[in-house]
Write a protein that binds this ligand. Structure first.
Ligand code: FEO
Ligand code: CA
Ligand code: CA
Ligand code: CA
Length: 598
């Protein structure tokens, strides 16, 4: 095995799986099992999951719904204990609850939904490395964070007038986290999570420039929580700023179950997909972050202080620093970027770029906006400085081996549409259904660099059916088709692993997990490792190749079904009309899955 080969995870790529198949498919020689499923009890006093009689009190003590960011933190020592940390982004009420027209039952279901959001920390044990984990009910570090958990704001906008509500009069705390999409684990062992699609949880006046720019509308919210709590309707007196409490990067310390989780205002507010951190050669910390919306931006945050040997000091590293937004410049003639995805004559979609300053040294770099305004209404600040409108930046992650940064632009069907931005070299396809991967090198590999070089590593799609695809020059007949890249991770030898969300509607296959070689002669080789069940997206992923283990979160399996007509029965696969075994139900359950050698 040469460089770039994960020697402990040899596999023959799976054949892409049709979008209707309700199975988790892994390579020959591998098998899988769920570590934990929606509704599984976390604490000694947790009720058993009762699909037909759910309560918020029970759900607050059970694993939540629609897992996205996932990490497996193996404890120091013999490798037989560890922690699972996992986000619970949103809910699918139509398949979670029996249909009901009873207002009291509907209110109960909404409260369950709030409790199913947030994050979970769960202790794990296993007999030895390379063997599957069991989670521990009642583990000392087990924790549920939900839409009610107290958070502290820190950084320059903490305490700002823009964060004050009647419930949180001094603007330094708030309640709950929602829309927790992807994230990252820091070198000091905390977990960062992005609050993404918070706008749909609110009813607002919808008239201000800020409301409009963040997609906040005067319409019933997605889940109708404004019927239960005033804070979800910013038209209520005293709650005008309530939507400003979401859209942040949150940081939790999974080792300390009584610690207060933090929302970092210094990292800006937008539809945060996630944040991934790297420490450069000078000890400066840089976090790369995407705003997942069509035509929104790529950001980075650079800490003021250097990383310390003292963990307690590192817990506040992300509280203070500089915020930048990316501007990309192509090196080929604009006329060569015709929207078809055809490579320009220099053979690459590539060029240079600038990190445009938004906040530097505690001062606003945006005319007419205070630091607090830049951090709370970051999208409007980035508009002003002329950042590059991207094709939905999802996960953004630096390689810890090379320092290069990988940006998953998942898709943008509106690129080049009437009245919208046309193609540019960094987003070269009109009606970009399949997405692409941008590779960035900050100048000198320095965290604080204000310039970078970039190129497109992948222009995704099914090369058998779509000529406008590119795999860094690797032969197109030797790659797995891939569409809608979303979360990314690296293995221990520097391969990029990509999980997808949206392939069923573009290339017709279930979403999956793909290994991409990025160094050496096989650069651009895409190999599909697994495929998730129908109507699910693949999240996580976590690649522990030295252990021979891969972990994914299976999010929203069967999401287009109804409670009475489920499209997926993953992972219990209880057949209708049969008696479930203990702990199993005849409904899909978003779950974290481990894949290992037979
Ligand atoms: Fe929750 Fe951007 O995906
Ligand atoms: Ca070029
Ligand atoms: Ca995502
Ligand atoms: Ca997604």
């Amino acid at each position: 095995h040469g460089h770039g080969d994960a020697g402990r995870l040899p596999f023959t790529p799976i054949t892409p799986v049709d979008r209707t198949v309700d199975a988790l498919t892994v390579p020959a020689g591998y098998t899988w099992s769920p570590i934990i499923r929606w509704g599984d009890p976390l604490f000694a006093d947790s009720p058993a999951f009762d699909l037909q009689h759910q309560t918020a009190a029970a759900q607050k003590r059970q694993f939540g719904y629609n897992n996205d960011y996932t990490d497996i933190l193996v404890d120091h020592g013999n490798g037989r204990t560890g922690l699972l940390v996992c986000n619970q982004e949103y809910v699918n009420p139509g398949i979670m609850f029996p249909a009901t027209s009873d207002p009291a039952q509907q209110a109960t279901n909404r409260a369950v939904a709030r409790a199913a959001h947030g994050m979970s920390v769960v202790e794990l044990t296993r007999r030895r490395k390379g063997r599957p984990w069991d989670y521990t009910v009642g583990g000392r570090r087990n924790r549920r964070i939900d839409a009610d958990t107290t958070f502290a704001f820190d950084g320059p906008a903490a305490g700002s007038a823009l964060l004050r509500t009647v419930e949180h009069a001094d603007g330094t705390t708030t309640r709950g986290t929602i829309g927790n999409c992807s994230g990252g684990t820091t070198p000091w062992g905390t977990v960062l999570s992005g609050e993404e699609n918070f706008n749909g949880y609110f009813r607002t006046p919808g008239t201000s420039a800020e409301d409009k720019r963040y997609g906040l509308k005067d319409a019933p919210s997605t889940y109708g929580w404004e019927a239960d709590e005033q804070r979800w309707d910013t038209r209520n007196t005293g709650y005008e700023n309530a939507s400003n409490h979401f859209g942040w990067i949150v940081e939790i310390d999974p080792q300390n179950p009584t610690s207060t989780p933090v929302k970092h205002t210094a990292m800006g507010r937008f539809k945060h997909e996630g944040a991934n951190v790297r420490v450069d050669g000078e000890g400066r910390v840089v976090a790369y972050m995407g705003d997942d919306e069509k035509f929104d931006y790529l950001y980075k945050f650079v800490s003021r202080r250097r990383v310390s040997k003292n963990r307690a000091e590192n817990l506040t590293l992300l509280s203070e620093g500089d915020l930048f937004v990316a501007k990309f410049r192509g090196d080929s003639a604009a006329s060569e970027i015709d929207g078809t995805g055809k490579l320009p004559t220099d053979g690459a979609f590539d060029g240079s770029g600038m990190w445009l300053p938004l906040v530097v040294g505690g001062r606003s770099m945006v005319s007419g906006m205070s630091v607090e305004e830049v951090l709370v209404h970051t999208r409007l600040a980035a508009d002003q400085v002329g950042a590059t409108k991207m094709d939905r930046c999802e996960d953004v992650q630096p390689s810890l081996m090379t320092g290069r940064v990988y940006v998953a632009c998942t898709n943008n069907s509106d690129r080049g549409a009437a009245g919208k931005a046309g193609p540019d070299e960094a987003n070269p396809r009109t009606a970009n259904r399949d997405g692409h991967i941008v590779e960035i090198s900050d100048t000198g590999n320095r965290a604080a660099a204000t310039t970078f070089r970039w190129n497109l590593l992948l222009v995704c799609g099914d090369p058998a059916k779509n000529a406008a695809t590119y795999f860094a020059g690797f032969p197109k007949d030797k790659v797995s088709p891939i569409s809608c890249p979303d979360n990314v991770a690296f293995d221990s030898v520097g391969n990029l692993w990509i999980s997808t969300d949206g392939a069923p509607s573009t290339i017709g296959y279930n979403d999956g997990l793909f290994k991409v070689t990025i160094e050496g002669r096989d650069r651009g080789r895409v190999q599909q490792f697994l495929s998730v069940p129908t109507e699910a997206e693949t999240c996580g992923p976590v690649i522990h190749d030295r252990d021979g283990m891969v972990y994914v979160a299976v999010q929203h399996p069967g999401e287009e079904g109804t409670f009475a007509d489920q499209h997926s029965l993953f992972p219990d696969y209880v057949r209708p009309g049969t008696t479930p075994r203990a702990g199993q139900v005849a409904a899909p359950r978003p779950s974290v899955v481990q894949v290992h050698r037979r």
